[in-house]
Design a protein around this ligand. Structure first.
Ligand code: AMP
Length: 297
């Protein structure tokens, strides 16, 4: 049976008990409306740790668009049932006021954490304040849980870089190394990356949205089959797939996964991740694929 805790204080006490019993603790932060993407992280955490806990908190600090926050899907009961069936021992939630003592639930009164250099450009540029909000809540969640390992999805590629930096920055003050583990992207049969926001797509939009993954694969094919290494050419291959659709492209760019830069690298690339953000109607979708290496994620 799963423990369901309604406040961060109760969660912190539960986690402290597990540490006192010298049990390793895996942690998966989420915003709920759970799907196979989240559950894959939970199962991996259960494989690698003696105890697993999950947070479900739709964090208002990371929504640059208030309408996106309002329509974000929420179903805590369904989430708890799915977690219980996938090896999670404890799920917790809380309010903004409970997470940030002294804020009285007012976002303006929450001290933000600097998300660091990986927040530059792409999501950081198109969603102002988003990564400050992510770094702030993840830092707070790490203080509550003090996990041995924390699991994030590569679907949110830039986020995985930001939270790795947060864990590193906190290690000294917490006297604890939190290992951040970035996990492959779970996809629908069409290739569309699983996302809580997919629930908001019409059937026609869902079909159109699969072009995002096709665009990423076109870049990957150009990398492997034609040995294309020029970022501008790879980006053009993605746009050629996206432009005939009704998707509105925010960006389709390349980065070196081992050296994040604000702008797309010029000249031949040695390693590359291709990243896309596009809108299907009101719904904003992101995805990425690593071009070099064997992993098809
Ligand atoms: P969210 O609830 O959207 O904040 O996501 C919680 C965690 O699940 C984040 O680390 C995401 O990167 C991860 N995640 C979301 N969708 C997927 C997916 N399709 N595959 C793998 N991980 C995912």
């Amino acid at each position: 049976v799963i423990e369901r805790l309604e406040t961060p204080d109760l969660a912190a006490a539960w986690c402290a008990d597990r540490r006192a019993a010298v049990q390793t603790l895996g942690f998966v932060p989420t915003m709920g409306a759970l799907h196979e993407g989240h559950l894959g992280l939970v199962r991996r955490a259960a494989d690698e740790n003696e105890r697993v806990c999950v947070s479900v908190f739709v964090n208002p600090l990371q929504f640059n668009d208030p309408r996106d926050f309002e329509r974000y899907p929420r179903d805590f009961t369904a989430d708890a049932d799915l977690l219980a069936a996938n090896g999670c021992d404890m799920v917790f939630t809380g309010t903004l006021a409970e997470f940030f003592a002294g804020s009285e639930g007012d976002m303006e009164r929450v001290a933000r954490r600097d998300p660091g250099p990986a927040a530059a450009s792409l999501e950081g540029e198109h969603r102002p304040g988003h990564f400050e909000g992510v770094a702030t809540i993840v830092g707070r969640l790490f203080e509550v849980v003090e996990p041995d390992r924390a699991y994030f999805g590569l679907k949110d590629y830039q986020q995985s870089l930001v939270v790795t930096d947060v864990a590193r920055a906190m290690a000294h003050a917490m006297n604890r190394e939190i290992e951040v583990i970035a996990c492959p992207t779970a996809r629908e049969a069409s290739g569309l990356a699983r996302s809580s926001r997919n629930e908001l797509l019409s059937a026609a939009q869902r079909t159109e949205a699969a072009a995002i993954h096709r665009a990423l694969l076109a870049a990957r094919d150009a990398w492997h089959a034609e040995s294309v290494r020029d970022a501008a050419v790879l980006a053009a291959r993605m746009r050629a797939v996206l432009e005939p659709t009704s998707l509105v492209v925010e960006y389709a760019e390349l980065r070196d996964p081992e050296a994040w830069t604000a702008v797309q690298p010029a000249g031949p690339m040695e390693r590359a991740v291709a990243l896309v953000a596009a809108r299907a109607g009101e719904v904003r979708l992101i995805d990425n694929v690593r071009l070099d290496g064997a992993a098809r994620v």
